[in-house]
Design a protein. Sequence first.
Length: 290
Amino acid sequence: MNPYELFVAPFADFDFMRRGLAGTLALALGASPVGVFMLLRRMSLMGDAVSHAILPGAALGYLACGLSLGAMTAGGIVAGLAVVFAAGLVARASNLKEDASLAAFYLLSLAAGVTIMSMSGRNLDLLHVLFGSVLALDDASLLLIAVIASVSLFGIALLFRPLALECFDPAFLRAVSRLSPMAHYGFLLLAVLNLVAGFHALGTLMAVGIMILPAASARLWTRRLSAMLALAAGLALAAGVAGLLLSFHTNVPAGPAIILVCGLEYFVSLLAAPGGLIVPRLPSHRHLKS
């Protein structure tokens, strides 16, 4: 098999591969930068919790309107925001930390979502919801993912300075600016929106992977925030292309294949990057000596 047949022909000859590529491109541009800020804010597990919290809202939207993209999206957004704010309220009003309250809500949400779909009596493939169908994206789903990616990029550009300050010194931001609540809740909204977009392509179990794994890999390579954002998006896109090709040439499902490649990038970065396990332990050679 020549390089053209291996790398180019699947996208040139098959419409479903081009749609999958377009969806992963939008997710890479929108979700991965949000994942960088989530990682720097030490909220990675929150993303996993919220991705599971989307499930009951999407299931209720399905029960109400069937396979309606709008209803399932709206249900997922409402459920995700409800869990985020409920977990924050519990953390502030009780002795539980926010991670413990998020874990409790995420487990309940996952169980409730699976129960709702199982009791619906309708033919809805649970694997489709949990693991996504990036190779079956239609025009409406692609448009939704592209719109969310555009909103995310605009929101990050608008809130870049307060988001960056809140990552590194939230107390300073609260002291000098009134934008701290706006940055915090605006970021939570962007996170939920991107998890809903990822849900349509990669499912509730895989959606957070394309947010966190490229961000973690980029964090190992650079300390500059702008470079980290660009590198995370590039790594996510590369993983999307490689995962789609792996799925096309083998029997591996596309969504898990994309996340597996993201994981491979992470382990390579962990071994080879300046912030990883091996390179910092190598002896450094100083170019300038006093």
